[in-house]
Design a protein around this ligand. Structure first.
Ligand code: ZN
Length: 444
């Protein structure tokens, strides 16, 4: 749990001396950042893993005086170790990585909003949100923002999640939540924070395009550390005096930004430069973090590191979509299947297929649902996925269809179409269906 000094600062009670721009002329602020880590604590061919990120951050801290390490949300949900233990191991591992500030992304709601209290207990750094409210109207994170003294540099960090968050999580366990508009919250927060800090950072789980738009509108923000769209932003995009960064996803990269002020006028604009460090270029794993990761992984590996089939080629997420749809339709005995592409969380590489890979593709624990839906509603449902890799049969608006889908799509369709559709949840885990099917038939 993070301690009260942050709270005092967030409440505006702490006496932080505003150091003025001189500090930034003498010494630069180094921002290290991750986003959309999605439980990938283990090193793989593509992903750095927690231990190498931790070692790199440690090295950066040794070489620089003022370092702040930030995470822009969606730390959990994406791997078996996260799914099986409801995200908890990820926050425990993050404690050993030395984060200063984290953020509630939409996936932090995957186990219901009440679970967030547990995450806040577990984790040593503040989990920010300035715009996610519980049913009682209280903010769900530790604070809307913090002001930290980073070796003499006063740094403000505001945390915001996409207002569309409810579209991206299951409504079950998340009843009665509200999400305020990021722009409205910034309008009310910035005037009181900006005068007290040398550098103002927005930790945003909103998506790159919208983050660029916020930068244009809120030039009082120096740096936006983004997330949610999993965008690989090689170098921070400079929008006026605001830099907008994002470090892809899953720990493929670590973001590094340097902020200083050119000598001369104290009002001179900040100089901001940055880049992404590739997973393979990071330091050797930190042994302490590596041990903790192994400990958690050892609890799942017997179940998931089991070969179930193999593939002679790579499959991208978009290529997996029609395969998953046809497997679901077969399992449900329906004429059609529908699987949202955003719900396919990993691709498949040539070689052996293990159960872990299927967990990584479907980490959410969604179940198979049979849906009876009118053609006109089905057309609306399918229109959510405009760029499909494969052709969709033409839908007769006046006919009724039987569709197989996942519980995430079904719960949102229930809200959207009400009594117009009929859904029956089979209770069967999609992950189990996929594993059994692929074991018996491969990807056919
Ligand atoms: Zn997200």
């Amino acid at each position: 749990m993070f301690r009260s000094s942050y709270f005092l600062v967030a409440l505006g009670l702490a006496l932080i001396s505003v150091t003025g721009s001189d500090t930034l002329q003498a010494q630069e602020l180094v921002i290290v950042h991750t986003n959309d880590f999605h439980g990938h604590i283990q090193e793989t061919k593509k992903y750095a893993g927690a231990a190498r990120i931790a070692a790199e951050v440690k090295a950066i801290r040794q070489q620089n005086e003022s370092v702040i390490f930030l995470d822009a949300g969606d730390a959990i949900s994406g791997t078996p170790v996260s799914s099986m233990f409801e995200g908890e191991p990820i926050f425990e591992v993050m404690n050993t990585m030395g984060y200063d500030v984290g953020l509630l992304g939409n996936h932090e709601f995957d186990h219901g909003y009440r679970k967030i209290e547990r995450f806040r207990d577990l984790v040593d750094h503040p989990l920010l949100t300035a715009n996610a409210y519980g049913p009682d109207g209280a903010l769900l994170g530790d604070a809307p923002y913090v002001i930290l003294d980073v070796a003499g540099i006063s740094v403000g960090v505001i945390g915001l999640v996409t207002q569309d968050a409810p579209i991206h999580f299951s409504p079950v366990g998340n009843e009665g939540l509200t999400f305020a508009s990021p722009a409205e919250r910034l309008t009310s927060l910035i005037p009181s924070i900006r005068p007290r800090v040398d550098v103002l950072i927005l930790l945003a789980h909103i998506g790159h395009e919208e983050e660029l738009a916020l930068a244009e509108r809120f030039q009082a923000i120096d740096v936006i550390i983004g997330g949610h769209s999993h965008t690989l932003v090689e170098q921070p995009v400079q929008v006026g005096r605001t830099a907008v960064a994002q470090a892809h996803h899953y720990g493929t990269h670590l973001g590094l930004i340097r902020v200083n002020r050119a000598p001369g006028a104290p009002s001179a604009p900040l100089q901001i430069s940055g880049k992404l460090l590739k997973a393979k270029d990071l330091a050797d794993p930190d042994p302490l973090v590596e041990n903790l990761v192994s400990l958690f992984e050892s609890k799942v590996e017997d179940e998931v590191d089991v070969k179930i089939s193999e593939t002679a080629r790579d499959y991208s997420k978009i290529e997996l979509q029609p395969i998953l749809e046809s497997i679901l339709a077969r399992a449900a005995g329906t004429e059609l299947g529908f699987y949202n592409r955003r719900g396919i969380r990993d691709d498949l590489s040539v070689g052996p297929i293990t159960a872990r890979m299927i967990w990584n593709i479907e980490p959410f624990g969604n179940t198979l649902v049979r849906m009876r839906i009118k053609g006109k509603d089905l057309i609306v449902l399918l229109a959510q996925e405009p760029e499909r890799h494969h052709s969709v049969p033409s839908i007769d608006p006046d006919r009724e269809y039987h569709l197989a889908t996942n519980s995430y799509i079904a719960s949102h369709a229930d809200l959207a179409f009400g009594d117009d559709i009929e859904t029956v949840d089979t209770g069967l885990l999609i992950r189990d269906i996929l594993i059994q099917h692929i074991k018996a038939n491969g990807l056919e």
